[in-house]
Ligand binder design. Structure first.
Ligand code: SF4
Length: 322
């Protein structure tokens, strides 16, 4: 995950909840990928380090456990760049230019110039992030599927070129939760300023929810609504699934207005966020400890990475360690 700012509800339902449960099933390696953050924030990198610490705090507050999993910082493991370089030598430009997320970001993000050599190649670095640990599976959202496909293409091409079996295909583990849209109905993202952050206090959550667009056909309180077209309802489906039928009933029978419906939703969201915020607060008081956890995690990650790179170098350059 890129440390580009505060984590939001989209991260919680789209990634973190899934990661937390995967910890009991797999040996997990979670990377805070600061090189990827720098690709977008090269003009002002002053917040990246603070964002790394905040991200580690958010992860742990949500239940990522450094005793069970490796939590590391990408730039502390230089082998990511080395593997990226090996892959860059043979990845055709066409594979990168057709990447739908790349095209979408160039179209949507106007505040930064992303027409750079580094940004075009970010999926190659992602492939290195995954393959360096010989990951068997990667937990992702559906929009990331093309990246996994590209990772497979890169690993197969490496094996083919160097007549090796260094890398195996990795599979995607898709999040079970439906995708949570942003407050304005677009993808939830800090760049679009349409997110509810995990650290937002109650009054901010209420204000943000109250700004959401509801069923456009429900102009008056007495008009029956259509929950299936309302973004507020889709939030209920994620955060209060047991209330779904009740919301449907008060909406379609015009028993409650949108303002009240949104207030109740804010309370449901705060019930989910309160324990996370409490843990967050505690963790934030000892930043030194957070740094230590990241250093230890990066050390463990590097031990795995060094072994993979040894193998890769041998296959590409030969067996002398020059
Ligand atoms: S009552 Fe709730 S679900 Fe129905 S349109 Fe209003 S906000 Fe949406």
């Amino acid at each position: 995950m890129r440390p580009t700012g505060k984590l939001h509800l989209g991260h919680l339902v789209g990634a973190l909840s899934n990661w937390v449960s995967l910890q009991d099933e797999y040996q997990c390696v979670f990377g805070i990928v600061d090189w990827h953050a720098l690709m977008g924030e090269y003009e002002d990198s002053s917040r990246i380090q603070e964002n790394i610490l905040e991200m580690a705090i958010d992860w742990m507050a949500c239940g990522i456990d450094p005793e069970k999993s490796i939590i590391f910082v990408q730039s502390a493991v230089p082998e990511h760049l080395e593997l990226h370089m090996f892959f860059s030598c043979f990845t055709p430009l066409g594979w990168l230019e057709r990447n739908p997320t790349y095209k979408e970001q160039l179209r949507e993000i106007k505040t930064r110039d992303l027409h750079t050599y580094g940004f075009l190649g970010y999926p190659v670095l992602q492939a290195a992030d995954i393959l360096l640990y010989k990951a068997q599976a990667v937990p992702i959202g559906e929009d990331q599927l093309p990246h996994i496909e590209l990772t497979r293409e890169i690993s197969r091409k490496f094996n083919h070129l160097y007549k090796a079996e260094v890398f195996k295909d990795c599979k995607a583990i898709l999040t079970k939760n439906p995708r949570l849209l942003g407050l304005d109905g677009r993808k939830m993202s800090k760049s679009y300023d349409n997110a509810i952050n995990l650290s937002d206090p109650q009054e901010v959550v209420e204000k943000k929810i109250s700004s959401m667009i509801t069923d456009p056909q429900r102009a008056r309180l007495t008009d029956p609504g259509h929950p299936e077209v309302c973004n507020v309802f889709s939030y209920y489906q994620v955060f209060a699934p047991l209330k779904e039928a009740e919301v449907c009933s008060w909406c379609t029978k015009a028993k409650k207005g949108c303002t009240e419906c949104k207030k109740i939703l804010s309370q449901e969201i705060m019930t989910r966020l309160a324990p996370i915020q409490e843990k967050r607060e505690k963790l934030s008081q000892d930043k030194k400890r957070i740094v230590e956890i990241l250093q230890q995690g990066s050390k463990k990650a590097r031990a795995i990475a060094i072994e993979t790179i040894k193998e890769v170098r041998q296959k590409v350059f030969g067996s002398y360690e020059l």
